[in-house]
Design a binder for this molecule. Structure first.
Ligand code: ZN
Ligand code: ZN
Length: 238
């Protein structure tokens, strides 16, 4: 699995995941022009785009993506909020009454959506497996994740803030309590990421991609060192 970071953070998220026979975009939260440029105008190489939720930093280019003929996969709630429910290129992940999603085959990739905890309608995250025993977990814009996932080989995980940095910013009046609570209830902290890493089997894990760091409430060096120390794996801050 080849992973390329096109953009990461609150200003926009977009990641390219390439396997032996399929290329996906995860999120399209920058302008279509920027995506085209970053992909060197080889849009035809993209088989599909997967979107976790309707926030602009994840879905800004959705209408242009659809218009250009790329299938965009998302939850029903996300499609509703993005007003793309009726587009013929929109693909909906369906779930049962218990919010267990129906798995989807996209070319030779097996995609399993899982529920996120975020302030939009029906946010999801993804487990993506290929035929070469690679398994990617893509986890972003979620306060926490209750799932345990076996055999992850590639982990892309949000680490939006560090609790002590956020608390200090609140104390110094750099952010207000409303914003502080919004961050805490919708995004993953370094402490939550560490808890998740400790709870999961990482024996097959090759690399960790840390995404969506906040400009003001995070600490890149600390995040990298801590995650490396706990997992002993290679860590890339996106
Ligand atoms: Zn976001
Ligand atoms: Zn969001």
């Amino acid at each position: 699995m080849d992973i390329e970071i096109l953009a990461s953070g609150s200003k926009g998220n977009c990641y390219k995941v390439k396997t032996s026979d399929t290329t996906l975009l995860l999120e399209c939260g920058i302008s279509f022009k920027e995506i085209q440029k970053k992909l060197k105008f080889k849009m035809h190489e993209i088989d599909a785009c997967l979107i976790t939720h309707s926030h602009r930093d994840h879905a800004k280019a959705v209408k242009d993506m659809l218009k250009s003929g790329i299938d965009c996969y998302m939850s029903y709630g996300t499609a509703e909020e993005l007003e793309v429910l009726n587009h013929h290129r929109t693909r909906i992940f369906n779930h049962n009454r218990n919010f267990i999603y129906i798995n989807e085959m996209i070319d030779n990739l097996y995609v399993k959506p899982i529920m996120g905890v975020h302030d939009t309608k029906e946010p999801i995250n993804f487990i993506i497996a290929d035929t070469n025993d690679n398994k990617l977990l893509f986890l972003t814009d979620t306060a926490y994740s209750p799932y345990k996932v076996n055999g992850i080989t590639h982990l892309m995980i949000e680490c939006n803030y560090v609790k002590s940095t956020l608390d200090k910013n609140l104390k110094d009046n750099k952010i207000n309590i409303v914003l502080r609570n919004r961050v805490v209830n919708n995004h993953m902290s370094l402490e939550t990421v560490i808890g998740f890493l400790k709870a999961n089997d990482l024996s097959k894990l090759k690399k960790i991609y840390v995404m969506h760091l906040s400009d003001h409430n995070s600490d890149e060096e600390l995040i990298k060192t801590e995650i490396q120390k706990i997992t002993g794996k290679s860590v890339l801050i996106c």
